[in-house]
Write a protein that binds this ligand. Structure first.
Ligand code: NAP
Length: 463
């Protein structure tokens, strides 16, 4: 039989998940000097993962990554099979039979939990469900968010918390020309929220925002960024952290907090902005209270202990209660297991060695991983490129071991299985026609696109 990686016997790789790490893996494979066929599998009819359903609508520049993904998708070696769920419509074992290798790039689809009483009260949400809802993700289309309270609380001080706080801080006029989903804009238009508390368990030197994201709060038209200067006092270890040259980002963040704390929010009420976003530190929610829905959060003040860069927060025994009807837990994403693939429950990732999936420290043949399900939910979109390239390098170095001696039929095998199961899969050209409809619908409203938020409607459009 022809050599694996030749024109007669191309290396067939299935990529599970069509977010950034999936596309960067496809790019690295296509750029290699052997013959390759890539089949990318996606659960939704629409590709691009968090770039479509996670990146904030008022950050259009970040979405330009899609231009590159579109270019990759136009390569003759690339094939999208969307609207299919691996583990339900196609099993992992079937992928193993149809392809020489599988790269799992399915991201971190769930959330970390606070683990406190009342966490699941009505009015307590994960930031990720709110983000997915305003971005028009079909799974979250019909979620209800009650914005009738004047106080909103966000737990966590990373960039997802910043996105949620910014969307709650902006007026409809500031959002209506973005690609925010129409149903979300309608609800935000009725929002009564005036005070947004963004609460970190550690101090201002440990907040995980990036400077660009935090700077935006100083430039909002209708919302003031509020920081109490007494909260900016640092312990010795935090001073050492901020003096470290490589930690320049945290120093910039701290300087921004200082800038916000020096701005006096005074004068007659009529001259003040309509909303305030309060950044508060060294506090943890310990209980969410309310009869049938959230009414109050019990919060404990914290103290830091530990060496520089290893400081952790501990409760001080001092508590207070904050009245609110809505709280967002924004404390990080978490990967979920997939049937037939080893999973590290503690870390919420697929255990791996340089992208090769392992089980009990043994490499599992044919299985690779990249992105957040490989290394955990951290880093910006571009971080995934190097991560995916590293995985593809491991895969290509294993070429000899991937050669089972059988020719694999790749997508053809999957299509016949899907047809026999009556699964309506979608190819990239079909996605492009949904995409064109969204853009057309957006144009009428001065938006880059109006997302179609029901899978049924996307399918009807194609049929
Ligand atoms: P993140 O950056 O890891 O922030 C998580 C926050 O939750 C931290 O403040 C963390 O505090 C806090 N936290 C964790 N466990 C907690 C607990 N039990 N109680 C209270 N607080 C807790 O995660 P993320 O905001 O979800 O963002 C994920 C990644 O996506 C990040 O790399 C982020 O930069 C990226 N992202 C980028 C953009 C952008 O570029 N515009 C937008 C969105 C997201 P500790 O520090 O104490 O752990």
């Amino acid at each position: 039989m022809a050599q694996l990686g030749s024109e007669q016997n191309p290396l067939r790789v299935a990529i599970v998940g069509s977010g950034p790490s999936g596309f960067y893996a496809a790019e690295a494979l296509i750029k290699s000097d052997i013959d390759i066929k890539v089949d990318m599998l996606e659960r939704l009819p629409s590709p691009y993962g968090l770039v479509r359903s996670g990146v904030a609508p008022d950050h259009p520049k970040l979405k330009q990554a899609i231009l590159l993904y579109d270019k990759i998708a136009q390569s003759p070696e690339f094939n999208l099979i969307a609207n299919i769920t691996v583990g339900k419509d196609i099993s992992v074992d079937e992928l193993r039979d149809s392809h020489h290798a599988i790269i799992f790039t399915c991201g971190a689809e769930s959330d970390r939990r606070l683990g406190i009483p009342g966490e699941d009260l009505a009015g307590s949400y994960t930031a990720t469900e709110f983000v997915a809802w305003y971005n028009g993700h079909p799974d979250y289309r019909d979620r209800q968010f009650d914005l009738s309270n004047e106080v909103a609380v966000i737990i966590g001080q990373g960039n997802v918390a910043a996105d949620v706080a910014r969307i709650l801080s902006k007026t409809v006029d500031e959002l209506k020309h973005t690609d925010i989903a129409e149903h979300a804009l309608d609800v935000l238009a009725e929002s009564k929220i005036k005070d947004i508390y963004v609460i970190g368990r550690r101090g201002p030197a440990q907040a995980k925002f990036t400077p660009k994201e935090l700077r935006e709060f100083g430039e909002l038209e209708h919302c003031d960024a509020v920081v109490d200067s007494t909260e900016l006092e640092l312990n010795k270890a935090s001073h050492i952290e901020l003096e470290e040259k490589s930690n320049i980002g945290s120093k910039k963040i701290y300087d921004l907090f200082q800038k916000y704390s020096s701005r006096a929010i005074s004068g007659p009420a009529s001259s003040r902005k309509a909303r305030r976003c309060h950044f508060q530190f060294l506090r943890s929610p310990v209980e969410l209270l309310g009869d049938s829905k959230l009414e109050r959060v019990r919060i404990e003040h914290n103290q830091l202990s530990g060496d520089p860069f290893k400081q952790s927060a501990r409760g001080s025994g001092k508590f207070y209660e904050l009245e609110t009807g809505i709280l967002f837990r924004s404390i990080g994403y978490r990967g979920i297991p997939m049937q037939g693939v080893p999973f590290h429950d503690g870390w919420g990732v697929f255990p791996n060695d340089d992208g090769r999936i392992t089980e009990n420290d043994e490499i599992v043949p044919q299985f690779y991983t990249a992105g957040w399900i490989k290394r955990g939910p951290s880093g910006i979109i571009g971080t995934n490129r190097a991560c995916s390239v590293a995985t593809v390098n491991s895969l290509l170095a294993d070429l000899d071991t991937l050669d089972s001696g059988d020719q694999k039929a790749g997508a053809e095998t999957l299509y016949s299985l899907l047809d026999s199961r009556n699964v309506r899969y979608i190819n990239y050209q079909e996605w492009k026609s949904i995409d064109a409809t969204e853009v057309e619908r957006g144009q009428a409203k001065g938006k880059p696109r109006e997302k179609i938020t029901y899978v049924k409607e996307m399918l009807e459009l194609l049929n």
